[in-house]
Design a protein around this ligand. Structure first.
Ligand SMILES: [Ca+2]
Ligand SMILES: [Ca+2]
Ligand SMILES: [Ca+2]
Length: 136
């Protein structure tokens, strides 16, 4: 009797511990766009994380593996005007460097206070959403 009472108290103590340190905030917000690309788990996206995500998407979009994205491969991610502006050599395709330059412009547009990182609120703003279209 005494033993089972002890083990019950132990179980309650353990449960309290688990509740205290248990599965936390990260899992409860699956729609947070930060979490998808936040490789260092600091709750924000820096330019390196954003460029890494953009490079991965670039590789996926480049169906013919010629190292550039044409308008069809971009699949509406950039309008005709945006593509022209992003394409200084006017060959109607974007190299990875040209693509990442647009990504960096959009990162800076979404980050007006220039603190080097984007939080979920900034990513959900208009400029942030324009950036996300180039990441996923
Ligand atoms: Ca981060
Ligand atoms: Ca291509
Ligand atoms: Ca080009």
């Amino acid at each position: 009797m005494l033993t089972s009472r002890k083990s019950m108290l132990l179980a309650i103590a353990l449960a309290a511990l688990v509740l205290d340190h248990g599965p936390a905030s990260a899992a409860s917000r699956p729609a947070n766009p930060v979490a998808m690309f936040d490789t260092d788990n600091d709750g924000t996206l820096d330019l390196a994380e954003v460029k890494k995500a953009a490079s991965a998407l670039f590789a996926r979009l480049d169906r013919d593996h010629d190292g550039t994205l044409d308008r069809r491969e971009l699949a509406g991610r950039l309008s005709g005007r945006e593509l022209a502006a992003a394409d200084p050599d006017h060959d109607h395709t974007l190299t990875l460097d040209e693509y990442l330059a647009v990504v960096e412009q959009r990162f800076n547009a979404a980050n007006p206070e220039a603190d080097g990182t984007l939080d979920a609120k900034e990513l959900n703003g208009k400029a942030g959403r324009a950036l996300l279209r180039l990441l996923k």
